[in-house]
Write a protein that binds this ligand. Structure first.
Ligand code: AMP
Ligand code: MG
Length: 405
């Protein structure tokens, strides 16, 4: 292992090395969750016509207080030919276009109706219950910009503008390689010395929580050829997540396999707990194209979880053109003693409280080791405890990041 770097430096290196992917043309439905790569301008006025906002009667303001014959019925989806006839009104339903001459829509509840005649209230305001053409958005107006997240609302906007395609930054491809001779398949009895592979399913779930369906989860025993073969099979993934075999033990062969695969180590070892042996490498493609990012996460499940949460999520964000997840501030609700020396990331539960002042109250859920995902499995955040701090008191400020549940 090379000299360990701080967790802040490690995160900065990951973000620096991850290059935002080129945009692609996709259907709006497939773009949801992606970052937009072009401005979206209105293809016309919205609404496209003066739209009735209530069920009622389209009238002229000068007819206020009069009793008028109803000239016809105008439901949504239809259009009246010509002007509103003088001295008459039109029954109109929400969403229908107000014909020229109609200056207000008087709600149904505000008129007195006698068969084919209605008596209007004494006061009728010009423009009442009519959304003028272009009042929500005018032709050519830019409503979404490059860098914006395509949300379901944005999908609605794209549909309004009849967009069949949109330019957006795709999600990176990602796959997982689990290593370790002790790992047993999901079914069947465990032989002595075996454990279940929990990291593979956990990492796949973390990728899915970010909208990425993993390409594959491959398994390699603790043999150089096996890890190399898995890496070869993973050659076209943007992000390769390896777990296990990244430390300094006799069978920790991931660093060597990565070197033989042609990956350049950016760092190996981070001054953090859990997950000190974390390795980050990148590899130039055989043919010109995207650079591959490779993460060797420690096999200990909690260290593995933190490695994805903190570093791989940041890489995914940068590749996808998204801003990095913000760091939150909270207030501890209990005191704490710990060993200093390395930045610690501890699972916790943050809850908003309004009294006596608005803030997040944070409870830590420390486990017994870097393997322990059991004590903290109800957590909703990771609390970051600085290396130089060895005790914290109730009410002390702390930094945390949300876990994507
Ligand atoms: P390693 O990083 O390979 O030294 O493994 C550290 C610890 O994590 C060992 O106790 C392994 O058995 C355990 N471990 C490694 N891979 C996995 C995995 N995929 N699922 C659960 N535990 C694992
Ligand atoms: Mg191992």
């Amino acid at each position: 292992m090379s000299e360990a770097i701080t967790s802040a430096a490690a995160l900065a290196r990951v973000i620096e090395m991850a290059e935002t992917l080129d945009s692609q043309t996709v259907a709006p439905a497939a773009a949801c969750g992606l970052t937009l790569a072009e401005p979206i301008a209105a293809d016309g006025d919205y609404p496209p016509f003066p739209r009735a906002m209530m069920d009622g009667f389209a009238v002229r303001v000068s007819d206020a207080g009069r009793t008028l014959p109803v000239a016809g019925l105008l439901p949504a989806g239809s259009a009246w030919e010509g002007e509103l006839p003088a001295g008459r009104c039109l029954e109109i339903l929400t969403g229908a276009p107000c014909p020229p001459g109609a200056e207000a829509v008087v709600p149904k509840e505000d008129v007195a109706r006698h068969r084919e005649q209605v008596t209007l209230p004494a006061e009728v305001r010009r423009g009442q219950n009519i959304a003028p053409a272009g009042s929500e958005c005018s032709a050519g107006q830019v409503v979404l910009s490059p860098g914006d997240l395509v949300t379901p609302l944005a999908v609605g906007v794209l549909a309004s503008f009849s967009r069949a395609t949109v330019r957006a930054i795709p999600r990176p491809s990602l796959g997982i390689i689990t290593t370790g001779a002790e790992l047993a398949a999901a079914e069947g009895p465990l032989r002595p010395g075996q454990i279940r592979d929990s990291n593979g399913p956990m990492l796949a779930a973390m990728a899915r929580a970010q909208g990425i369906e993993p390409r594959q989860t491959l398994y390699a025993a603790d043999r150089l050829e096996a890890i190399r073969a898995a890496l070869q099979a993973a050659a076209d993934w943007d992000i390769v997540v390896l777990t296990g075999g990244v430390s300094v033990g006799m069978f920790d062969l991931v660093p060597q396999a990565l070197a033989e695969y042609g990956a350049e180590t950016i760092f190996h070892g981070v001054e953090q707990k859990p997950g000190k042996p974390l390795l980050f490498a990148r590899r130039a493609p055989d043919t010109p194209g995207r650079r591959q990012l490779l993460f060797g996460l420690p096999g200990n499940p909690l260290a593995c979880h933190l490695g994805f949460h903190r570093y791989i999520s940041a890489a995914i964000g940068k590749l996808s053109g998204r801003p990095q997840a913000p760091q939150m501030r909270g207030e501890l609700i209990h005191s704490l003693q710990m060993k200093g020396g390395r930045t610690r990331f501890v699972l916790g539960w943050a809850e908003f409280a309004a009294d006596p002042a608005p803030r997040f109250r944070v409870r830590l859920l420390p486990g017994v080791s870097s393997a322990d995902i059991f004590c903290g499995c109800q957590a909703n955040c990771y609390v970051e405890l600085p290396a130089e701090v060895s005790s914290l008191s109730t009410g002390d400020a702390c930094a945390f990041t949300w876990i994507m549940l």
